[in-house]
Design a binder for this molecule. Structure first.
Ligand code: AMP
Length: 416
């Protein structure tokens, strides 16, 4: 595993030898210039390298692997078995990645199968039987198809592990390893992860070939453009504070994060009396219901979504103006993911975190993680409790790695 020192990041899609179809798809999608992760990852991926990209959702990472895959994909006439497998932690993210990939494929017929749990298995079996170019799915269901032999991996030349840290957190390591072992050895492997804990590094060492590491976590646009505040509040006054924050902020759309499913249900019941455009979402809800809630949020029919961290990762809805951490996330990576639901691709967003006495340590950890202090907020007439000690955040020292420019990146799909 080595930090990439091979080439410089590209500043324009014109520096790549992209097909005219892809150029017009990018134009239609409104992608005028590559985001930092795209600028670094796409040229390397087109060169056939194995790459570890440290970046979160909201930074354009889906397109960073979808573009090189689409550019090198054989047509269905040439190959009826899957050529690329994209493994993601949640069903919602699988749908989202498939949608974004379809959007970028515009103009070229591309068969994409979403293989995620909670969805109709027979439909998936039929689709695989009819021929598929790209598979996007969750580790459990992909593994299930491998065991049934309904998913053939002999033609796979690229595997993407998206949000690898999250997949390992959920406990998907055995399924991921089996998927990787089933795919041809000389495939290309791209791994995307917000963080690179030891588990992710071990996975990369075992299943990737001399991977190059690119780190876009420092210039994390999504978090940089988000105003981040905290309130100190007594536990039994949180719901009063929430009412006042909603009244003051009048959010266009907001996600309110709770720690537990029961807490989510409780808060949803309280809020839905006063706010008819309110919905809730957590892991105990049936997949169909979760999809329905997300669609209503996307369509702007829901203004408030009360949720657990199920939606904290990956969901891309650009109209979310506010994030409210009703319960402070205990894991600071969850904080980054929750807050990243707003401020997508550099848009403005605002996040509030409620801190009750005794939770100061969580605040400190969050500030260390994002290398920035959260601003203390107060609402007039609302009696705040004593603030927790504020952490000293060290200045960021690390700059982006320098690379040598490769003038025209050739498409060299690694062939067996
Ligand atoms: P992602 O991080 O892949 O979830 O992408 C976040 C959002 O940014 C999605 O709505 C993408 O369509 C959008 N996006 C990705 N790349 C670009 C780009 N180069 N320019 C503008 N928007 C982009």
């Amino acid at each position: 595993m080595k930090n990439d020192s091979k080439s410089e990041s590209i500043d324009s899609f014109d520096e790549l030898d992209l097909s005219p179809v892809m150029r017009s798809a990018l134009k239609r999608a409104g992608f005028s210039k590559p985001s930092p992760i795209q600028g670094q990852l796409i040229p390397l991926a087109l060169d056939g390298e194995d790459v570890i990209g440290q970046a979160r959702t909201g930074t354009g990472k889906t397109a960073s692997f979808a573009i090189p895959i689409l550019e090198q994909l054989d047509s269905l006439d040439e190959c009826r078995d899957p050529q690329a497998i994209i493994v993601v932690p949640t069903r919602e993210l699988a749908d989202q990645v498939a949608r974004e990939t379809e959007r970028l494929a515009a103009g070229v017929e591309t068969e994409i199968a979403v293989l995620s749990g909670g969805k109709n298995l027979n439909k998936q079996l039929r689709q695989l039987e009819n021929g598929v170019q790209i598979v996007v799915g969750t580790p459990g269901r992909i593994h299930d198809h491998l065991q049934r032999r309904s998913l053939r991996t002999g033609s796979v030349w690229c595997v993407v592990m998206d949000e690898a840290d999250r997949m390992l957190d959920i406990g998907f390591r055995p399924q991921i390893e089996r998927i990787l072992r089933k795919c041809p050895k000389d495939r290309q492997t791209l791994l995307l992860s917000a963080t690179l804990p030891n588990g992710v590094r071990r996975l990369a060492e075992s299943y990737m070939q001399d991977p190059l590491v690119i780190d876009c976590s420092k210039n994390d646009m999504a978090v940089e453009t988000i105003e981040q505040h905290y309130f100190t509040v007594a536990q039994d006054r949180k719901s009063d504070l929430l009412d006042l924050v909603l009244e003051r902020e009048k959010p266009e759309q907001t996600i309110i994060f709770c720690r537990t499913k029961r807490g989510t249900d409780r808060l949803y019941r309280q809020l839905s009396h006063r706010h008819p455009e309110c919905g809730s979402m957590h892991g105990d809800m049936a997949q169909r219901e979760r999809d329905r809630v997300l669609q209503r949020l996307r369509d702007g029919k829901l203004k408030i979504l009360v949720a657990t961290d199920v939606v904290g990762r990956g969901i891309d809805i650009s109209t979310i103006s506010h994030i409210i951490n009703y319960d402070v996330p205990q894991d600071c990576d969850d904080y980054v993911h929750r807050v990243g639901r707003t401020g997508r691709m550099g848009r403005d967003g605002i996040a509030f975190t409620f801190i009750v006495p005794g939770e100061g340590e969580f605040l400190t950890n969050i500030e260390r993680r994002i290398n920035k202090e959260l601003l203390r907020d107060q609402i007039e007439g609302f009696e705040a409790v004593a603030p927790p000690p504020v952490a000293k955040v060290e200045e960021e020292q690390v700059g982006p790695a320098k690379r040598k420019l490769n003038p025209m990146h050739r498409k060299v799909r690694r062939r067996r």
